[in-house]
Each structure stands twice: as C-alpha cells, then as structure tokens.
Design a protein around this ligand. Structure first.
Ligand code: MLT
Length: 264
C-alpha cells in the first residue's frame, strides 16, 4: 500500500501519524521541527491522498508505515501518533519495537473500545456510507476541538477542509478498524523506549486520565498536559506542543535557542 507523504528537513527520522478523520496536513504547524530532524508525514490508508484498502485495521496501517519507512531508508525512527495515529503507533511498536527509538503518544489511549463504543462506530460507519462525508462535519467534528479553538473560524475551517477531503468509504473502514483494535494496557510495561504522552487539557475524546495511564504504565514515561487545548493539541497549541516535542527529541535539540526558533 503506497502512502502519499511529505518529507521535511534532515537528520534523525521522525514519523508523524495523523488522527481520524484527518490527513497529514494536520502537521502543518509542526513544520518548524524540520530544523531539528527529518520529518516523514504520511497520509494513512484511506485518508488524504493515500488509497483505501480493507481491512483498515491499526495493524494494517502500521504495516503500510513500516513499508514506507523501508522505502525511505528510515530503519529506526521517532514515532509520533495523534489519536488514531497513536493507535497505529502502538500497533507498530508492538510489531517492530526495534524500529522505534522514541514514542510520542498524543491525545490518544492504550485502551480498546468498549462494546458501546464499537456499536457507535458501526452506526457512524453506516451513516457515512448512506449520507456521505458531511455526517462527520455535522456530528463528529465538534468533539475534536477544545472550547477556545471552536471559537477560531480559521482553525475550524482547516479542520473542516481536512475532513471534507476524505472519502466516506475510507472513513467507514477506519472506524471499523479502530473498533477492532486490541487493548495495549497490559503490555505498557514492555515498551522499553522513552515515551512522551501529550494531551490537551480539554480533550474529551481521549481525556488526560488516558494519557496519564500510559505515561505511568511504561518504564520511561513522561506526561505533558497542554493548557487550553482540546483533542487536536498539536494544532490548537502548536508552540507549546512543538516545544514539548522538541525537548523529547533529545540529543541537545531542546536548547533554549532551538525553542526560540519555533516562534511562527
Ligand atoms: C481520532 O481523533 O483519531 C479519533 O477520534 C479517535 C477515536 O475515535 O477513538
């Protein structure tokens, strides 16, 4: 499954996995991080410009990402996953732990869906197939942004454009893929690489308690709660997010000087 992707910058590779129902454009505010590392930004299967294929399980998406990294010669990399991208990142780390140097889990969770959540996803998938992509703008988008971002028409417009650029069939497949994902909580203690859990203070989809659970559950975990942000914390509070991620990227990159260069 060839993935559409962007590459920015040079040096240590860092792969960024967007959430549902978004695209790699989610990471536009992270472009300044390309001064410190080589950023690899794919559209996951069925999203943005990447083709869709069934099943769109988190494991299948992880295989796509590993194949892309092979093609790009990125053997070992830092991995950043937001929400569904975090589910894919956890699946990838389980399949190929030796490939993941550091793992940033952003507005996501290790837990699987409850039966109730699975049923809600199936209902949404069917409505998407019957009524089209607008269903997500009407009924889903509002959950993504925190209260401050919801009052920012430019930000709302960017998210809406990303959602509308997706095909309903690909979104329905991703919903069914998320519903099938396993629970990673029981194996958090086996994730040996450093882990950064980032979460927006007002994230209602995957609230701060979920991030705390991951940061506490892994041997080398750190938690950052971003004030004022909702579920899309990297987009809503990009400067604070970039600063936290740059610090995690390590190897002296978290200097005050590098932090200062993140200003827009
Ligand atoms: C996402 O933001 O990727 C999804 O909302 C995650 C989810 O529905 O579990």
């Amino acid at each position: 499954m060839p993935l559409a992707h962007d590459e920015l910058g040079r040096g240590e590779p860092w792969v960024f996995l967007h959430g549902f129902p978004l695209t790699r454009k989610l990471w536009a505010p992270q472009a300044p991080l390309a001064e410190a590392a080589r950023l690899i930004l794919p559209d996951l299967r069925g999203h943005g410009a990447s083709p869709r294929a069934s099943p769109a399980t988190m494991e299948a998406m992880a295989e796509d990402v590993l194949a892309l990294c092979d093609e790009l010669g990125a053997q070992r990399f830092g991995l950043v996953g937001l929400s569904m991208g975090g589910y894919v990142a956890l699946a990838l780390q389980r399949t190929a732990p030796e490939r993941v140097a550091r793992l940033a889990l952003v507005d996501t969770q290790a837990a699987a869906d409850t039966e109730e959540a699975r049923a809600r996803r199936e209902e949404l998938a069917r409505r998407l197939e019957d009524e089209g992509i607008q269903v997500l703008v009407r009924d889903f988008m509002v959950k993504l942004l925190g209260p401050a971002a919801q009052g920012d028409p430019a930000l709302v417009g960017k998210v809406r454009a990303m959602v509308l650029s997706n095909e309903p069939e690909g979104m329905a497949q991703a919903l069914r893929g998320m519903a099938q994902r396993p629970d990673h909580r029981g194996r958090l203690g086996e994730i040996a690489c450093p882990v950064l859990a980032v979460v927006g203070q007002h994230d209602e989809v995957t609230p701060p308690a979920r991030a705390e659970e991951m940061a506490r559950g892994v041997p080398h975990g750190k938690l950052v709660v971003l004030a004022g942000a909702g579920h899309l914390s990297s987009l809503e509070q990009p400067e604070d997010f970039n600063r936290a991620l740059l610090g995690f990227m390590g190897s002296g990159l978290a200097s005050a000087e590098a932090g200062a260069s993140l200003a827009p």
